[in-house]
Design a protein around this ligand. Structure first.
Ligand code: DLL
Length: 433
């Protein structure tokens, strides 16, 4: 089933026309209502009248997270405060949080794109959806909640954490779908094994997992642990929250709701727009958001876009799983390292768990990389000789993939701190020195 076939299956030419119209209106609005954007556009020598079709998009300047911080908290709002009905914020690792505002219509639009997303995972009014994303300033909980309610599903607003209760409700309420971060899904799966719950009693069918990068190997593992089909959902608070894009049943990338969010891929160094199929930084212009439209917002997420036809019938472009963020990329002794690369190596090996931590440090002016890896219980009780053999194998696999020597340290199951929300995979001690 397709939630809104008119927009999701539109011919590209028709869609581009619609995008052009929305873009023109949006640029007029931000020029008139947001002093920051007016100054930015004037500086670039652009008048709203210069933007007529979607082909004019590359003329516009970019917006960055720093711009949001500089205008903290409400400087980028394009409507009066009386028209703001909701505020969310995302906490960055540094500095002030990023604040986003929503008008009443924005909440309706957000519910619509999340309803479209959940429909891709086959969710209907027959489903019981356990929303285990955090409720609060984070957009995950309330975002998925409103979309699931719009569909008419029965929503359990349990929020993140409280693992025992999560398991109890999965069993007692017969939840058919669960929405949470993939790392928390893996943790719940482990808890089911540890608590010796009878998995056949669970009715889970679909998992709506996102808010952080995860690999295909992790998908396989979660699917096995929870007995469901795992779907990837993507979004960011600045643009709307969850529901910017979502995987359909074909699982060949996440369809972006392009009637609201116009994507581009750019070279993060030169800012040049790159063609479909090329890896680069994802940029969004959210043309229909009233309270906080964003002009060419640089997400820092690295991915590729594909426009060829999908078997599901949707014509919306698809984005690949994010390989990481340009600002999450570690540069260790000159080599670019993404935590997701480490994850894929570990998950290919049956002896290890998907719990790991990269500790980067500097000794005698030389970067060092230690990777702490949790090992399955039965291997940990093995003889030291065998454990050392395993450590060497992991180290060898990682070294050949990363092109960099990593010091692997095996740790007992449960040692690495679990997150109820987004997982913390990296400790970069170089920054602390
Ligand atoms: O994480 C919104 C969200 C909530 C998406 C629930 C999906 C599900 P922020 O906290 O602002 O918003 O973080 C946005 O998280 O720029 C990506 O780097 C990362 N991210 C989100 N979804 C995915 C995903 C929410 N499916 C930032 N795969 C984004 C990889 C993701 N990274």
């Amino acid at each position: 089933m397709i939630w809104n076939a008119h927009y999701e299956c539109m011919e590209r030419e028709e869609l581009r026309k619609l995008q052009g119209e929305s873009l023109r209106t949006m640029v007029e609005r931000i020029y008139g209502n947001v002093p920051f954007y007016r100054a930015k556009l004037q500086q670039a020598g652009i008048e709203p009248g210069d933007i007529r079709t979607i082909d004019d998009l590359p003329k516009l300047p970019f917006t960055t997270k720093q711009d949001l911080r500089d205008n903290y908290p409400f400087g980028l709002f394009a409507v009066p405060q009386q028209d703001i009905v909701r505020l969310h914020a995302s906490s960055g690792t540094t500095g002030k949080s990023t604040v986003v505002g929503y008008s009443h219509n924005d909440i309706l639009m957000w519910s619509e794109v999340v309803a479209r997303s959940l429909t891709m995972a086959g969710i209907t009014r027959d489903d019981i959806v356990q929303v285990a994303y955090g409720y609060g300033l984070f957009t995950g909980g309330l975002g998925v909640h409103y979309g699931a309610e719009k569909i008419g599903a029965s929503v359990i607003p349990i929020s993140g954490g409280n693992t025992r209760k999560q398991l109890q409700l999965l069993e007692d309420f017969g939840s058919t779908a669960i929405a949470c971060t993939p790392s928390y899904a893996a943790y719940l799966g482990e808890a089911i094994v540890e608590e010796k719950l009878d998995r056949s009693k669970l009715k889970l069918r679909a998992g709506i997992f996102g808010a952080e990068p995860w690999t295909e190997e992790m998908r396989t593992q979660i699917q096995q642990l929870l007995g469901l089909k795992a779907y990837d959902i993507y979004g960011l608070s600045e643009v709307i929250g969850p529901g910017v894009s979502m995987e359909c049943a074909c699982q060949r990338g996440m369809h972006i709701f392009e009637d609201h969010f116009i994507p581009e891929i750019i070279d993060p160094e030169t800012c040049e727009v790159l063609p479909y199929g090329t890896l680069g930084e994802l940029v969004f212009t959210n043309v229909t958001k009233e309270a906080m439209p964003l002009m060419r917002y640089r997400t820092r997420d690295l991915t590729r876009l594909h426009a060829d036809k999908c078997d599901c019938g949707r014509t919306l472009v698809r984005m690949e799983k994010c390989v990481g963020r340009s600002d999450d990329m570690l540069i260790i002794r000159g080599v670019n390292v993404f935590p997701s690369q480490v994850e894929s190596v570990l998950l290919e090996m049956s002896e290890t768990k998907p719990h790991y931590l990269l500790v980067v440090d500097r000794e005698n002016n030389l970067d060092t990389l230690e990777i702490q890896v949790e090992v399955e219980e039965q291997f940990f009780s093995d003889e030291v000789k065998e454990l050392e053999g395993l450590r060497k194998r992991i180290s060898g696999n990682l070294t050949s993939l990363l092109g960099l020597h990593a010091n692997v340290r095996l740790v007992e199951p449960g040692t690495i701190e679990r997150s109820m929300g987004k997982a913390q995979r990296v400790v970069d001690k170089r920054k602390l020195k």
